[in-house]
Design a protein around this ligand. Sequence first.
Ligand SMILES: NC(=O)c1ccc[n+]([C@@H]2O[C@H](COP(=O)([O-])OP(=O)(O)OC[C@H]3O[C@@H](n4cnc5c(N)ncnc54)[C@H](O)[C@@H]3O)[C@@H](O)[C@H]2O)c1
Length: 354
Amino acid sequence: MKLLITGACGFVGSSLIKAWSESGSRHQIIGLDNFIRPGSESNRETLKNLGVKLFHGDIRLASDFETLPEVDWVIDAAANPSVLAGIDGKTSSRQLIEHNLMGTLNLLEFCKIRQAGFVLPSTSRVYSIAPLAALPVKAQDLSFQLDESASLPIGASAKGIDESFSTAPPLSLYGASKFSSEVLALEYSQSFGFPVWIDRCGVMAGAGQFGHAEQGIFSYWIHSWREKRPLRYIGFGGKGFQVRDCLHPRDLAILLDKQMNSSTPGGQRIFNVSGGLPNSMSLAQLSDWCRNHFGQHEVAAEQHERPFDIPWLVLDSSLAQKTWNWKPSLAIEDILTEIADFAERNPHWSQTCQ
Ligand SMILES: NC(=O)c1ccc[n+]([C@@H]2O[C@H](COP(=O)([O-])OP(=O)(O)OC[C@H]3O[C@@H](n4cnc5c(N)ncnc54)[C@H](O)[C@@H]3O)[C@@H](O)[C@H]2O)c1
């Protein structure tokens, strides 16, 4: 298949390309990136060596990809992936929407003209903040666990948050940009007859992820611990009991192959895609893991939560597993070990990504 991957030099884009190269897939890949993410540049040579035709371009500018060759599918992995984007004083809200929503619009117009399919790696952050923040949790084994004895909102169960959970705003500007992209993608698909798949991913994690807390907490924590950089447990009593699950992009690549090979029209287009409960861990448990691998390091405590902080966010991807006969193959231990090995080989990685 001929694929256009935007944000090809970012973590998800480059990891998908490496995964397909390792698995011997015969995809012909065109990559496009504006290299706005510090660290993305480091993937340029690797991707070229894997046979990717790489273009320096910006999805905010439709003319940057008007002259690109025909493709069968577009995978839109160019975005600002931080839940604090637009409100952190470092990035502008308008620019976040331009990258994450207007960029998607330009790509959907591209798909309409070329009759290419469209894959949107979306996010668990399309789910409503208030009911997520209010999920009943109990503290056990250095982590929050969902309190199943309490009443749970629709879409929440011991397996995690499923696709029926509320998407009513507020979601965060980031979540809203992705949710709006989902709606636009579905409308374009319906109106112009090209296929769309939307995969709501939880935390993605693996070697080579750029070290920012809001982008990929597992990688950030491991690199920071190893490099003895300051770390903080933020909010929820400052104990680090907040829980996330993780998925390696290699597992996403397997699912995308199944989706891009499917020509089923209509039906379910939106899926949660994540590692789920078996691949979940609290920050305090992650600290234990790091201590065992790299030795002692202090973590400071900060009592106050930030906007959009959630104590327990685990996605239930049962629907994707059943529909696609797919399940995550990489266990959290494998993913953490891969990141730690990469950290050993790249001892100043955090600085590369500043
Ligand atoms: N990282 C995660 O844990 C995670 C979780 C869920 C969903 N996602 C989604 O996956 C996608 C990729 O995330 P990531 O973690 O690889 O982020 P990343 O920052 O590592 O990669 C994004 C890439 O896109 C490029 N880019 C940004 N704006 C661009 C633009 N306007 N034009 C062209 N290139 C541009 C950047 O230079 C970077 O190389 C995003 O859509 C994000 O919402 C990521």
